[in-house]
Every structure is written in C-alpha cells, then in structure tokens.
Design a protein around this ligand. Structure first.
Ligand SMILES: Nc1ncnc2c1ncn2[C@@H]1O[C@H](COP(=O)(O)OP(=O)(O)OP(=O)(O)O)[C@@H](O)[C@H]1O
Ligand SMILES: [Mg+2]
Length: 418
C-alpha cells in the first residue's frame, strides 16, 4: 500500500472488556485534516480493570492480537501508537500564572510563556502531566479573553486546566504495549480523544457533556467554549449492570452478559407484559423462564443511578445544563443499550444523542460505527490532528520508532482545539 509512513497514525485503547486497535492515514492539511481508517482490531480481554493492568501477560497478548489484526487489515506495519488513559488514575486542577508582554502587542510566544509558568507546579513524584489546557486569559487584569494574540497589553495572566496521571499507570501500560511489540508515542486523556470522534466543533463550542459508559468505569467530560472544562470518573459502569443481572436472575456472568446485550434495555415501559426469556441453568439452579421486563427493570435501576451520579458531577463542578445547550452525548458500549437516550434525557433534562464516530472519517467507517469505538477512533483522530498540524508523530515503521526525538522540544498548547 502506498501510504507515506509520516502520514500513518495508530492507536490502541486498553479497555476493561476489550482492547481495540485502529490504524489510519491522515488526510488533508492543517485545518482541514481527517482520517482514513485502514485497519481495526478488536480483542476481548479482561486483563485490565479501569485502566489498571491486573493481568500483564493477558494484556500483552490482547494488545498483540488487536494490533496484528489491524495491521493485517491495513496491509501495513506500524511502530508507534497513541494510547488512552482515564479513570480513577487521572487527577485535575486549575492553576494560574502571570507574564509580562515583551513587545507592543501580545504574541503567541507570550502565551506559551505564561502557559508554561501556570503549568510549572509540583504534582508530587507519583504524578505526571498529561495535558495543560489554557482556559482563559486576563489582559492587564481584564478577564474573558480566549485568544488575546494581537491585543495591546503589558501583562497577561493565564488560567490553565492541568490533567495529571499516576506515573505507575502509564509506566505499566507502556511496558505492556512495548512487550507486545509497539512503542507508545503519547498518552491522551480518553474523553478528550473521544470528543474528536463524536462531538462537533460547534457542540464543543456551545457547551456539551460527554458521558462515556464503559465496562469498568463511566467518564463525564464537560466541553464549553471549544475547550475541555471538567472531567471525572464514576465508579459504576457496564460491569455493574452485568453483576446486577447475575444476582437478580441467578445466572452466570457470561450468560448475564449475553442476556444484557440480546434482551436488555433501559426502559421497562417499552417491554410487553407477557414477554418471557429463557434463562440457562446455572450451578444448582435449573433452566427457567423470566419476564423480560425484569431484565429491563434491573438495568434501568443501575443505569439511572450511574446517570444521576453523572448529573451530580456536572452540577458539583458548577455547571447547569442551561449553560450547556448542546446537551449530552453518550458513548461507550453502554450507550448501545436500547432506551438509553430516553433515560439520559430524563435524568439530565437536556437533549441527548448517542455518539458514533463520524467526524472527519473515511475508509472503514462502518467497522467503527458504534459508540464503543468513540475512544479508539478518537485516539487515532487525536494523532491525525497532531500530524496535520505538524506537531505529532506518525505511526512509523517497525524499524523507526524514535518518537521521543521527534516530539522532544515541541510543546504544543491545545488552545486551538480544546
Ligand atoms: N448492546 C449493548 N447493550 C448493553 N450493553 C452493552 C451493549 N454493547 C456493549 N455493552 C456493554 O458495554 C460495556 C463495554 O463498553 P466499552 O467497550 O466501552 O468498555 P471498555 O472500553 O472495554 O471498558 P472501560 O473503558 O470502562 O475500561 C460492557 O459492559 C458491555 O456489556
Ligand atoms: Mg473504554
């Protein structure tokens, strides 16, 4: 295949239920960039839980399988990947800094300096900085400037949203991916990546909440004014829905998972009274029948709880849905549950839609046409964006992985996008 190596990007998403690899080619230039998906690999795995590796060898196996499958479909080998982090290992805070303006008007270099000052805080030895996202600038004490380049002023202050991650977590993840045979070029916050795949620039600008319902955790992220404003991880997710079905229906874990995907729903009212399903035997419990309504009831209770926690997180962060007019976009495997849009609409009292990766995509788009692909496709899109803007790295070949050298001095501020 004739793809320039520098224009290739690869991503691997290490989820609690599956590992997903995406390989693509960057299309377009600077502002009109996109991604042509060339290969996708999905391997079920339970080697990780909420971003923490529980079974190292199993994780290595699944990364290798997902990546090799994606490479085979793409007909191309890659060396370097973008990978995601999320969950309880991520911390955030807002920090501010001041710098004086060197020339007659504010230049990009002044902003880079003030951003550096604001970001230069101590996180403790066990945390490393993942993203520093400028939120707002003050010019000579006046707040409310998103981009003050070109303005006259003597002093500029920046408020920067800092996202850090536990060093041990990225170290283990890097080790597993390297053992599988690939290099990690950069770690990216998962909701930041997912937003590129499922949220439009207009929605990010007007204000939107992204709720990612995964297998191990649920992530909430608020975007407004084009930037990430807040993110948090909730303890409950799809795995808890399955566990509730195990208890409520007296079935095994794998039967519960199947029943959930095949007969599940979040809306009891939509299920007919007389609909029954067959429950397989489990241990001493013989095969029997149950009302399908019961499945929906159990799922409804847990999913409503998860969504209410999500709503509480938004209000606790100081936001109201009135300030986020684009409403809620739900992603992750759990977003595929029938009735989920309606339930989310009830809880948030806002417009809701399911986020399926479409933004800026070509190629094997059908292969990733489900909400569970928001994060892996978003990671590849994040890479594509970096490459198109000339600040990232391509996926390279197996033999030229020296990414750190490429990235080295480039400190890019995400203000254009986030
Ligand atoms: N059609 C469906 N109906 C209901 N639940 C579903 C459906 N499809 C997937 N799920 C659930 O979605 C969850 C997996 O979601 P996802 O693939 O986004 O998680 P993950 O990335 O592996 O985990 P995490 O990001 O939490 O570490 C599982 O609990 C699965 O049962
Ligand atoms: Mg996930």
């Amino acid at each position: 295949m004739s793809v320039t190596v520098q224009r290739l990007v690869a991503a691997v998403d290490l989820g609690s239920t599956k590992i997903t690899a995406v390989i693509g080619e960057v299309t377009g230039e600077s502002r009109s960039w996109g991604l042509r998906i060339l290969g996708v690999g999905v391997e079920p795995s339970t080697g990780l839980r909420r971003g923490i590796i529980r079974d190292f060898d199993e994780t290595v196996r699944a990364v290798r399988k997902a990546m090799t499958d994606a490479e085979r479909i793409a007909g191309i080998e890659v060396g370097t990947v973008y990978s995601g982090v999320a969950g309880l290992n991520v911390a955030q805070r807002t920090s501010s800094g001041v710098a004086s303006v060197t020339g007659s008007e504010i230049r990009t270099s002044d902003l880079a300096r003030v951003n550096d000052v604001a970001s230069n805080v101590s996180f403790g030895h066990d945390q490393e900085l993942l993203h520093a996202i400028p939120q707002d600038y003050r010019v000579d004490g006046q707040p409310g400037y998103g981009d003050p380049v070109g303005m006259a002023g003597g002093r500029v202050e920046a408020e920067v949203y800092l996202i850090t991650v536990r060093t041990a977590v990225t170290a283990h993840q890097r080790k597993a991916i390297e053992k599988a045979g690939w290099h990690v070029g950069e770690f990216v916050l998962e909701p930041l990546a997912a937003s590129l795949a499922v949220v439009s620039a207009e929605e990010r600008d007007s204000g939107v909440v992204l709720v990612e319902l995964g297998g191990g955790s649920t992530t909430v992220a608020i975007f407004q004014g084009g930037k990430l404003r807040h993110t948090a991880s909730l303890r409950f997710a799809g795995g808890h829905v399955t566990a509730d079905l195990v208890h409520g229906l007296q079935v095994t874990q794998s039967d519960a998972e199947q029943i959930k995907v095949k007969f599940g729903g979040a809306d009891e009212a939509s299920v007919a009274e007389n609909e029954v399903i067959e429950l397989p035997a489990s241990g001493v419990v013989p095969a029997r029948r149950a009302q399908r309504k019961l499945v929906a009831h159990i799922m409804h209770m847990r999913l409503q709880e998860v969504l209410e926690l999500g709503y509480d997180e938004v209000t606790r962060a100081g936001w109201s849905m009135a300030a986020l007019p684009s409403g809620v976009v739900i992603t992750g495997g759990g977003a595929a549950t029938p009735g989920m849009v309606e339930l989310t609409r009830d809880v948030f009292a806002a417009p809701v839609r399911v986020g399926v990766p479409v933004e800026g995509l070509r190629g094997l788009v059908d292969r990733v046409g489900a909400p569970e692909f928001a994060v892996p496709v978003g990671l590849a899109l994040y890479g594509a964006r970096q490459v198109a803007l000339g600040v990232g790295f391509g996926a390279g070949g197996k033999t030229s992985p020296a990414v750190e050298r490429v990235l080295g001095p480039v400190k890019q501020w995400l203000q254009d996008f986030f």
